[in-house]
Write a protein that binds this ligand. Structure first.
Ligand code: FMN
Length: 373
């Protein structure tokens, strides 16, 4: 596999671990992926829930928890670390500033358009050149909007673009009707995005790698999507069933025990569809059995918490702590494929080996096509 370059940052393997909330990817998983040569990513979503005073001091506990997890991950690896911050989080600006202060290597921003981020970076007064800024989109159109806006208003462009297709786990940037039997293929989204950002790369004399995410599970998948122009990949589901993943064993076992048909689309209270593993909790919500709750601070700006049938942050955190009946797990379409827990280092070795096999198979078939028989 070719290394991944994001500006002056060189990553040994072009594999980014997707940030997974709430508390699925913290310092444990992120440092293990970084130690294995990829980019390990801490998810900031609801991260303060790991602190005892979250309900009373939500903003402070979110900041404290993110800082603690970044520092803990740093103490466990010399590798490359990132954080995933959703624009839909009401305190996303404070968390981005904190990540910049901590000199994180990469910030991935999605779930909303990160329009004013260059201004925020300038305002933060930190060494903005160290931290690379990646935007996560679900279409070339969204990438164009961000690039055009940053270029015109701030005279800069993002350092990387993550294109997350319709097969991913978690909240999805697609309409529910577009997630049916014939969703847009990821390679089409990648090709469109590569073409869309090309003029901006030329204007700013800067290479901006396009990273593919959503439904990528093996090294064969990685090789294939790179033929469409991706320079790297971001995998979430594949890393859940690892020993190093920060979720409980019950949470990981819900992946190992689930079947293909258990993976379903839910209507999340934040107003987006999400992909998750069907269980009793989801069944009850669909039957109208709501879980009334008090919202202490409106953590997600798009959450209609007065009408929401349950608190999604709490439901996700309950399941991560092993209370599977009081919540559910997000999962990509491949969530049923793991048969056992693995170490992150072994997953990475497997991905590299499969990539090599696929590459060899592709060059053999090219020889066969060119050699007359
Ligand atoms: C359990 C789980 C939790 C996730 N949580 C978040 C999150 O908090 N924020 C976010 O932007 N993406 C989240 N994602 C999306 C991942 O970062 C990643 O882009 C996605 O999982 C890639 O698709 P894959 O799971 O098919 O590999 C989550 C995905 C999963 C499976």
């Amino acid at each position: 596999m070719q290394e991944l370059r994001i500006g002056d940052l060189t990553v040994q393997l072009p594999i980014i671990q997707g940030g997974m909330g709430v508390a699925v990817s913290l310092s444990g998983l992120a440092s293990a992926v970084a130690n294995a040569g990829g980019i390990g990513v801490i998810s900031a979503a609801g991260i303060g829930m790991v602190e005892p005073d979250y309900i009373k001091n939500s903003h402070e506990s979110n900041k404290r928890a993110l800082r603690n997890q970044i520092r803990k991950a740093r103490s466990l690896t010399n590798g490359i670390l990132g954080v995933n911050i959703m624009m839909a989080m009401t305190d996303h600006e404070a968390l981005i500033k904190l990540a910049l202060e901590e000199k994180i290597d990469l910030i991935i921003m999605g779930a909303g358009l990160p329009m004013n981020i260059p201004a925020l970076v300038a305002e933060s007064g930190t060494d903005s050149h160290h931290t690379k800024l990646a935007v996560k989109v679900s279409s070339a159109k969204a990438a164009r909007l961000i690039f055009m806006y940053w270029a015109n208003k701030y005279n800069c462009i993002p350092d990387a673009v993550v294109v997350e297709g319709p097969l991913a786990g978690g909240h999805l940037g697609f309409k529910k009707e577009d997630l049916g039997s014939d969703p847009v293929p990821l390679d089409v989204l990648i090709r469109e995005t590569v073409l869309t950002i090309k003029p901006y790369e030329e204007q700013f004399a800067k290479e901006v790698p396009v990273i593919a995410a959503g439904g990528i599970y093996t090294g064969y998948d990685i090789y294939d999507i790179m033929q469409a122009g991706a320079k790297g990949v971001k995998l979430g589901t594949r890393f859940v069933t690892t020993h190093e993943c920060d979720a409980s064993l019950a949470y990981k076992e819900s992946f190992i025990n689930c079947k293909k048909e258990d993976i379903t689309i839910i209507d999340s209270p934040v107003g987006l569809p999400g992909r998750a593993i069907y269980n009793e909790f989801i069944r009850n919500i669909r039957l109208g059995k709501t879980k009334p709750f008090k919202c202490s601070w409106h953590c997600l700006s798009s959450c209609d918490f007065k009408k929401a049938p349950y608190c999604i942050a709490q439901a996700l955190y309950n399941s991560v702590k092993g209370k599977m009946d009081e919540g559910f797990a997000f999962s990509g379409t491949n969530g049923y494929r793991a048969k056992k827990l693995q170490h992150v280092a072994d997953v990475m070795k497997e991905l590299v080996w499969e990539y090599g096999m696929q590459k060899a198979a592709a060059s053999l078939s090219a020889v066969r096509l060119t050699v007359p028989v």
